[in-house]
Design a protein around this ligand. Structure first.
Ligand SMILES: *[C@@H]1O[C@H](CO)[C@@H](O)[C@H](O)[C@H]1NC(C)=O
Ligand SMILES: *[C@@H]1O[C@H](CO)[C@@H](O)[C@H](O)[C@H]1NC(C)=O
Length: 230
């Protein structure tokens, strides 16, 4: 009976362990839903497009405008021309498998969270046509998978981070219609030669300097004509 008791204790411990593991799994699969629900609460949503973002569901994969992979991890958030206003929460940087963040043509304000640089699977960051202010985070240079970075038609200020020149896979970089200052860093321009960059649009900013290109490959550089003073 001592043996039986030992076996019972052991299987009890095994059950407890299994239970704890299940709980841990639930907790981790809820994390991304928690982040998105937190983001929902930080936004104004006059058209009620986020009504399916129900935090009591097991994961966010059935929510409208959210796409997951086969592991129930969020890969896309698509909220285009949805009438949304408010800010982007820093916790968004925790959506570790996010590949597409499509939030263009809304009224999103505030700055681009530095933490978005943690989205190291991101392919497309489309935040254009919003009311974003502040600087372009240099941390975006950590996203080596990034192919499309479109931040045009916002109110972004400060310089273009030279570190973005590390984004060798970048195909389109559109920063048109902001309030950016300084010059286009050579590191970024060089992507037209050594990277995949095919289109660089920095027109309608407050940029000084040249950034002219002798059209390497089929690259397009769109920039305001140099202002000559005197
Ligand atoms: C932004 O807000 C203004 C004023 O409320 C509204 O007229 C406009 O349609 C909104 N734009 C978008 C893209 O939601
Ligand atoms: C996310 O990014 C921020 C700012 O770049 C950094 O401080 C933080 O440690 C990162 N978090 C994780 C979980 O990697």
């Amino acid at each position: 009976s001592g043996l039986l008791q030992a076996m019972a204790t052991q299987s009890g411990a095994a059950l407890l362990l299994a239970g704890l593991l299940a709980l841990a799994t639930i907790a981790s699969s809820n994390t991304e839903g928690d982040i998105l629900y937190m983001q929902r609460q930080a936004w104004r949503d006059p058209n009620n497009v986020l009504r399916s973002w129900d935090p009591t569901l097991f994961n966010p994969c059935t929510w409208l405008h959210v796409t997951c992979n086969s592991d129930n991890s969020v890969t896309r958030v698509d909220l285009v021309d949805a009438g949304i206003s408010g800010t982007l929460i820093p916790e968004l940087g925790g959506l570790k498998n996010l590949q597409y963040l499509e939030l263009f043509t809304n009224n999103i304000s505030g700055s681009i969270p530095t933490t978005l640089g943690n989205l190291t699977s991101l392919v497309t960051l489309d935040l254009y046509d919003n009311l974003l202010t502040g600087a372009i985070p240099a941390s975006l240079a950590n996203i080596r998978t990034l192919r499309f970075l479109r931040l045009y038609r916002n109110k972004l200020s400060g310089g273009i981070p030279a570190r973005l020149g590390r984004l060798m896979k970048l195909v389109k970089l559109n920063l048109e219609d902001n309030m950016l200052t300084g010059t286009v860093p050579l590191e970024v321009l060089s992507l037209l030669l050594v990277g995949d960059l095919a289109e660089l649009n920095v027109a309608n900013n407050n940029l000084a300097g040249t950034g002219q290109s002798s059209e390497p490959r089929m690259a397009v550089v769109i920039q305001d004509a140099l202002k000559t003073t005197g």
